[in-house]
Structures are given as structure tokens and as C-alpha cells.
Design a protein around this ligand. Structure first.
Ligand code: 13P
Length: 256
């Protein structure tokens, strides 16, 4: 089956949680809990935790990601962090276009595209987030909207660069609400994402793309969601802050 050819990735998105001191404690718990993972394990942490995370995970199977990156290479952008700054630290992944950034920090499809290209140019693997609001779902425009978000995010990304891109389908109404998409809803949209990537880059590229689901994924529902043919992993918020819960999700992806 196609799924076996793709990299299953479970990524924690810590959001604005954990001081460096708290991060240290959580990572110490995580390392033994996920050491036998049969999937790729990533923790995307606040900028202030990156040094700690990279240091502590050296020689382990845990990869480190940031939660955002600026699109310019360097310069007068007070408060921003560039791709080079992240790769220099040993950071591998970066979350781009999370709905919280779109909602609270004026992120648009265009800036998502610029960040995606900057991340790739800097050697990072972007986890590009897409997903509809509850109103958009009720209006019946989910697929069109997600297709458009994917197309704009990937505008100018080459087929070779696409190999380093992960797309996360995160329905906004399911984030932090405890309201998970059903596995069929997740599958439907993840399949639509693969389809549009196929239209843009061809079948082979689409078959190799890792598509994650995110939105209240937890120890209880992970196995069912990750069992779907087009769901290759998860982007986990709340449940990534508890080592035992995160480890159960990692195990579920291993079974996938
Ligand atoms: P929750 O798992 O807390 O719903 O968050 C999902 C998310 O936004 C991951 O990026």
C-alpha cells in the first residue's frame, strides 16, 4: 500500500507552553517514552526552548522543530527569527501557517507561501498547516478552501523541495476544543490534499507526501485517525505536553 512508502510523522506543537526549565523536564520524560518509535517523532517548541531541545535530544530519535520562521533572510525585522538562525541551532522542522497565527497574527496564504519557500531555501522542513473554520465547513467549502490554501502555500516550490514538505490538515473547529474530526472527515480532506498535490506535481510526488491530521488528536482517538489510508501522522497540541499521552499517539502511528 502507498502508506508504507511514506514517512509517518508525529509532531508535537507545544504552542506557547513550557519555559526552558519545564521543557527540560518534559524532554527527559519523552526520550525513554518514544525511543522505540516506528515513526518520525518531532517536537515543535517555542523559540526559547530550541537550544535546550536540540541539546537534550542529540543522539535520540526525537527531531526538533520551531513554531514559525520569518521569510526574509536577515535584516531589520525586530523580533523575528530567520531560517538560517534555526538551522544553525540544529532545528530541522518548522510549523508554518498554523491557524492561530492566521487568526491572531495576520498570517495569510501569501505569507505562508513566503515562509514555506524561505524555510526550504534555508534547509528546514516546513509543516504547512491548512484547514477550515466551522462556518466554512457548514458552508460546504472545505475542499475548495483547503485546495486553495495548499496551492498558494506551494506556489513556486519545486518538486524536489516538495520532498521536504509536510502538510497538516487542521480543521480550526477541532483545535483545542476536544471536538475531533471523525476519521472519515480527516481522511476525506487529507485525500483531497494529496489529490491537489498530485495535480500540481504528479502521482509519484503525491504518493510520497506526508499528510498529517491535527485537532484534538489524543491517546484515545489516535489509532482510528492514523489508521486511515491518507492520514500519515499527527500534529498534536495539548496531548504533546504529556509524555505518556504523546507516547501512546506515537505507538498508534507505528501501527498506522
Ligand atoms: P490540540 O491537539 O490541542 O487540539 O491542537 C492541535 C494543534 O493545533 C496542533 O498544531
Amino acid at each position: 500500500m502507498d502508506k508504507q512508502n511514506r514517512k509517518a510523522i508525529i509532531a508535537g506543537n507545544w504552542k506557547m507552553n513550557k519555559t526552558a526549565t519545564e521543557a527540560k523536564a518534559l524532554i527527559h520524560e519523552l526520550i525513554p517514552a518514544v525511543k522505540d518509535a516506528g515513526c518520525e517523532v518531532v517536537i515543535c517548541v517555542p523559540f526559547t526552548d530550541l537550544v535546550t531541545a536540540v541539546e537534550l535530544t542529540k543522539g535520540t530519535n526525537i527531531h526538533v522543530g520551531a513554531e514559525n520562521v520569518h521569510f526574509e533572510k536577515s535584516g531589520a525585522f525586530t523580533g523575528e527569527i530567520s531560517a538560517d538562525m534555526l538551522t544553525d541551532l540544529g532545528v530541522e522542522y518548522v510549523v508554518i501557517g498554523h491557524s492561530e497565527r492566521r487568526q491572531y497574527f495576520a498570517e495569510t496564504d501569501e505569507t505562508v507561501n513566503k515562509r514555506t519557500k524561505a524555510a526550504l531555501a534555508g534547509g528546514l522542513k516546513p509543516i504547512v498547516c491548512v484547514g477550515e473554520s466551522l462556518t466554512q465547513r457548514e458552508q460546504g467549502v472545505t475542499e475548495e478552501l483547503v485546495r486553495m490554501q495548499v496551492k498558494i502555500a506551494l506556489n513556486g516550490v519545486t518538486e524536489d523541495e516538495l520532498k521536504n514538505v509536510v502538510i497538516a490538515y487542521e480543521p480550526i473547529w477541532a483545535i483545542g476544543t476536544g471536538k475531533t474530526a471523525t476519521s472519515d472527515q480527516a481522511e476525506e480532506v487529507c485525500a483531497a490534499i494529496r489529490k491537489v498535490v498530485g495535480e500540481l506535481y504528479g502521482e509519484t510526488a503525491a504518493k510520497g507526501l506526508t499528510v498529517q491530521y491535527g485537532g484534538s488528536m489524543n491517546a484515545k482517538n489516535a489509532e482510528e485517525l492514523l489508521g486511515k489510508p491518507n492520514v500519515d501522522g499527527g500534529l498534536i497540541g495539548g496531548a504533546s505536553l504529556k509524555a505518556d499521552q504523546f507516547a501512546i499517539i506515537v505507538d498508534a502511528a507505528t501501527k498506522g
